[in-house]
Design a protein around this ligand. Sequence first.
Ligand SMILES: [Zn+2]
Length: 336
Amino acid sequence: MRTTPSLLSAGLAAVTGLIAFAPGSSSAQTPAAPAAVGATRVAQWQGDRKGAFLMMFDDGCPSHVKNVIPELKKRNLAGTFYIVPNKGEYKAKLAFWETEAPAIPGILYGNHTFSHQGFTDPEQAEKEIARANDLILKLFPGKSPRLISYASPGGVKSAITGDQLKTILAKHNLITRPTFQGHGGAIQFKTADDILKGVDKAMAGGGMEHVIFHGVGGDWISFDLGQFTTLLDGLETRRGSLWITDPVSVHKYETERGTAKVAVAAADAQQIRLELTCGADAALYDQPLTLVTRVPAAWAKCQVTQGTQKLTVTADKGEVRFDARPNAGAITLVPQ
Ligand SMILES: [Zn+2]
């Protein structure tokens, strides 16, 4: 039973929008104040998923052709392949790497240099990196310039400085991928369970996990094939709450989210109008961000419009989730 709030607390409630509650009731029993219509948060990860996960595969191993890509394709899972176009293993499967694999949804390539030879001087390093980049841009046509993931070849010497490498990477819009240290398949991660434990931890904390494989069921630093398919099965059961994607998408999302601001320009029973901005360069940072917006209780469905993009979304507990592009114009929500 509620006691009548005093005039003072009723007045405060009107000003702050807080719900007044009877003195003596504990805060645990107090319903949370409902967010105002139009109140919007940027989701931690795309689709308002709890965590993110990346699978990367180095060196264009024959076992990627034979074992990895067919298993990913079967499940429509994403993987990023750091190919080495000047290696014999790559050339032996040229049609696969240059025609078949790029046509599979979710398969992307990263820059691991053209020959995996290491760097003798800045000129040679730039050639090695630029040749690999040109090929990736050719095999995956689309926007140019765009960000591509980069991994320096391991186990070879580099005679250039960190700053010289940084300059080359910046010139070619390359983003250094997450570290191999502590994330190697068959090194730190010997079983599917080792990896899934990291995935579950990421999901519990709103974070990201990643794994970098070489061979899978063959080749070098080989991860067991049975464990690999067990991992993929485990990922499939989590995919509703886990964003399984590529390093560039995660980099863009995190960068944009870091400076994203949502302004509510209008919010009433007929319409909600939002402005989503962020500090990143829109030419390269074009990843949609997922927004979660409080809508009037009467809106079961609504139409979201941004520029020429239109989508219909269903409300869940008075909220709608949708993807929008930062710095790409007003976002309008109307009931449907
Ligand atoms: Zn390598």
